[in-house]
Design a protein around this ligand. Structure first.
Ligand code: FAD
Length: 441
């Protein structure tokens, strides 16, 4: 049967390149398809069915570790409409499957608009948005999944549909937050924000200042204005030239973030002054395109292993426990152990939103290590366990899908009722469970 797109098999020369993923997961799919049009993607799904294979969908591969090895699956990596469309009059973007944030952020900024991207410019727009999408404008504008206007999909039967609040509302609800397992998305449309410039930046201190900096930051978060979204981080930075000299190879504490109101941003900077002597502090007005690199996430494929949980009520004891587990004396080799500030609009359920209608927590605790071999993987796992264990008393029992462990359950992310509803939607749209889910069903 012809698919209209080429199928790459394990014996083909392009197989290793085609199966490579950003997080370097060692997936070995039965076959791979790289469709560039909707018709080619439909052909690929039909080819999988005829050949008795499951279907896994992937874009850039930041969450490839969440997939099983795929020996019984066709891995579809759609690369559709590479150029994003920015409609500045109606203030929205239309982005095809397979596109990363970087070109979208740039194209929106050229028209004086900001995209609700996350901390990495290389993360895929569709995967990020389907999993909720938490970024630096979150406390004022919420999750991006609740700013989605329409999604174009191919369902398990190979049919194309454009879905929104009025067309296939159940599927539209599920795709806004629960990840990509109910359909293959070919394009997505979402709101852009009316900013060309914001106030933002980062401050870095020696890791010895972790406790006072974390305490001062937590105090500030308790009455922080909605316009500001920030993170507290303990970092083990690599000795690479891309970093400013004072940061290279250093074990540091950092606070970074964005304020859409200059005065609110300046008040944060004033609050941080005097807590400890910074190694580097750079805050001020910045073009929105620069926000995508503010967090300094790795942009080259890397063997990242992470873990996260949602926490509430962080107090002095929590500060001490987290710093003891991740700070300078801990021996942690994790690249990053952080708290991202939630609250504000992120915590207010969006009545017209998707299954991730809010994140009901004060902070996401998240940690990530880079592990290229078995020895460093064992150490990374040990560090992750200790760091996440340190915040266990403050866990609220829920997870945010995009940051979660690959084994996370729908119940933990969305609660029992929504998990039941999601399972029913899967049964309705994909009764034979063709699509391989990157979450536990
Ligand atoms: C360095 C880094 C920084 C991050 N920062 C943030 C952040 O700030 N905020 C945040 O919310 N998340 C963040 N994430 C998480 C990230 O948004 C998710 O891992 C997201 O799923 C990655 O999408 P991808 O396309 O890059 O990865 P992939 O592994 O290619 O895709 C992930 C999943 O998305 C689904 N998917 C992708 N494309 C399609 C499609 N066309 N149709 C159907 N399903 C599809 C599939 O289920 C796939 O398994 C970060 C991740 C990393 C590694």
């Amino acid at each position: 049967m012809s698919t209209g797109t080429s199928i790459v098999r394990p014996s083909d020369p392009g197989y290793d390149k085609a199966r490579s993923a950003f997080d370097l997961a060692d997936l070995r799919p039965a076959a791979i398809s790289l469709p560039q049009t909707v018709a080619e993607a439909q052909g690929a799904i039909r080819w999988a069915r005829v050949n008795g294979l499951k279907v896994a969908v992937q874009a850039i591969g930041h969450r490839a570790l969440a997939l099983p090895p795929l020996e019984d699956a066709l891995l579809i990596k759609p690369q559709i409409n590479e150029m994003p469309v920015i409609d500045s009059d109606r203030r929205f973007a239309r982005v095809g499957a397979g596109v990363a944030w970087d070109p979208v952020v740039t194209a929106a900024a050229e028209k004086g608009l900001a995209a609700m991207h996350g901390s990495s410019p290389t993360v895929g727009v569709v995967g990020y948005t389907l999993g909720g999408g938490l970024g630096f404008y979150g406390r004022e504008h919420g999750l991006i999944c609740n700013k989605v206007r329409a999604i174009e999909v191919i369902t398990a039967d190979g049919e194309f549909a454009r879905i929104d609040d009025d067309h296939e509302p159940d599927l539209f609800w599920a795709l806004r937050g629960a990840g990509g397992w109910a359909a293959l998305v070919t394009a997505i449309e979402f709101d852009l924000l009316p900013y060309s410039q914001v106030f933002g930046g980062a401050s870095y201190w020696p890791v010895e200042a972790a406790e006072p900096v974390l305490s001062a930051w937590l105090d500030w978060t308790r009455s922080a204005p909605l316009s500001v979204t920030t993170s507290f981080r303990i970092l083990n930075l690599p000795p690479i030239e891309q970093l400013p000299a004072p940061l290279r190879g250093q074990n540091l504490v950092a606070i970074d973030g964005v304020a859409t109101d200059d005065g609110d941003g300046q008040a944060l900077v004033a609050q941080l002054e005097g807590v400890a002597e910074p190694v580097l502090g750079q805050w001020g007005p910045m073009p929105v395109a620069a926000v995508a690199r503010l967090h300094g996430d790795p942009e080259q494929p890397s063997p990242a292993h992470g873990s996260s949980t949602l926490v509430d009520g962080l107090d002095d004891e929590a500060v001490h426990a987290f710093v003891e587990a991740a700070g300078g004396e801990s021996g942690s080799t994790l690249f990053d152990a952080e708290f991202r500030q939630l609250g504000g609009v992120l915590r207010q359920p969006d009545e017209s939103g998707g299954v991730a209608d809010c994140i009901d927590a004060e902070f996401v605790a998240f940690a990530v290590g880079l592990a290229a071999d078995a020895h460093s993987l064992a150490k990374t796992r040990e560090d992750l366990e200790r760091v996440m264990g340190s915040v266990e008393p403050w866990e609220n029992g829920r997870d945010f899908l995009n940051f979660s462990d690959p084994t996370v359950s729908l119940e933990r992310c969305f609660g029992a009722d929504s998990a039941e509803a999601l399972k029913a939607i899967r049964h309705e749209y994909d009764p034979e469970a063709l699509f391989v889910p990157p979450v536990a069903f």
